[in-house]
Ligand binder design. Structure first.
Ligand code: PMP
Length: 383
């Protein structure tokens, strides 16, 4: 839902309102359409023209034989975004593009597992892959579908008992679905870590320092919201791991879509120009692009929009009284230069009755659960 409505959460019909037929609130997965009004307003300022003769070749960068698909301008734009935002160290790091960070996740797992295998430390048994609960459901499904002989999904990192041997832990921070900042929980020397930092951007959480981990994953889907463009990137410290990941991307899809890389490049420069324009202006240098002065920065828009939604969501929760939402402490955001509250893209709902909220939210028509109808009606108004 993209229209802005001036609504209040107050529901005066005591829970007797039924949702209209066909009125669907999809709580199964997220879709970053909250960015639509922002980009609709920008539209032609940030369009990419692709001629019929453009980008026919497999090669985007013939100079790098193991990296032919990657446009150098895309890598430069990624580095610029991280520099402007200050959320990740990219100097001296390898940047590897992929078809969304979902593909890079699989490439990273394989690259790490191959590395362990080559080092002969895994005694021919499966390398466990773990993540603290609650975790992003994709990891489990993707790992189980792989049916790999090398690695195996082993679920919750909190209950992972093996006291020796290599393992891979996925650290999602801030986390999908509960929005919490995370650190690894197993903490053994033989652990290899993948940091999924899809939401480590100022619209979702205060940026406290540049992340500097061995393998970090990011995605356009959560940065600018262009999920359909299917562009993600990994920031990797080790040359051998980077090489293995590139190899996997080449094998899976001979790289990622050049048009997508071009579009991401354009979007990144647009976002970065807006903030660097501010910096130039502060130092009384001539503004880079005067027309950018009036445009709200993407991260300001994202944080403001999410903050408004959280406010309404908290009002709705108070109104129905049956659901708990997590509370988040504010932190100093280096990017905004002030204290900000985390405003996660997801809301982790907990039923005060102890019932399974996932099952309950599938039963809006259950007459014994009138509060659910009220709750859904409130949600409907938020978006
Ligand atoms: N990581 C996390 C934590 C996510 O929530 C998502 C999207 N729901 C992804 C990765 C996938 O991103 P992409 O669209 O780049 O595949």
């Amino acid at each position: 839902e993209t229209k802005q409505e001036n609504v209040t959460i107050d529901d005066n019909n005591n829970g007797t309102h039924n949702l209209d037929d066909g009125d669907v609130i999809n709580l199964d997965h997220g879709d970053p359409m909250m960015f639509y009004p922002y980009w609709k307003n920008i539209d032609n300022e940030c369009s990419v023209t692709i001629k019929a003769s453009d980008m026919i070749s497999y090669l985007a960068n013939p100079k790098e034989p193991d990296f032919i698909y990657q446009m150098p301008e895309f890598i430069d734009a990624v580095r610029r975004m991280h520099r402007v935002v200050g959320n990740a160290v990219t100097d001296g790091r390898y940047i590897i593009g992929g078809t969304g960070s979902s593909q890079l996740f699989i490439a990273a797992i394989r690259a790490l597992a191959f590395t362990v295998k080559e080092s002969n430390t895994c005694n021919n048994k499966h390398i466990p892959v773990v993540c603290a609960e609650p975790y992003y459901s994709f990891y489990k499904e993707a790992m189980e579908q792989e049916r790999s002989e090398l690695y195996k999904w082993q679920g919750d990192a909190n209950t992972f008992k093996e006291e020796s041997g290599p393992y891979i832990e996925v650290v999602t921070s801030p986390n999908n679905p509960d929005g919490r900042s995370r650190k690894p929980v197993v903490n053994r020397e033989e652990g290899l870590l993948i940091y999924d930092l899809a939401y480590y951007w100022p619209h979702y959480i205060p940026i406290t320092s540049p992340a500097d981990y061995d393998v970090m994953l990011f995605t356009l889907s959560k940065t600018t919201g262009h999920a359909g463009t299917r562009i993600g990137w990994a920031v990797v410290k080790d040359q051998e791991i980077a090489k293995k990941m590139k190899k996997q991307i080449l094998l899976m899809s001979i790289g990622s879509c050049h048009e997508g890389q071009l579009r991401a490049t354009k979007l990144f420069h647009f976002v970065a120009d807006r903030y660097e324009h501010d910096a130039y202006y502060e130092h009384e240098k001539p503004p880079m692009k005067p027309n950018l002065f009036d445009v709200e920065g993407l991260f300001d828009y994202g944080h403001r929009t999410l903050a408004q939604r959280w406010e309404k969501l908290r009002a709705a929760v108070q109104h129905t009284g049956t659901i708990n939402l997590p509370n988040f402490s504010p932190g100093f955001c280096n990017f905004f230069g002030k204290l900000t509250h985390p405003t996660p893209a997801f809301a982790w709902l907990e039923c005060k009755t102890g019932e399974d909220a996932e099952i309950l939210t599938q039963k809006t028509k259950d007459p014994s659960k009138e509060w659910l109808t009220v709750w859904f009606r409130c949600l409907r108004k938020i978006y």
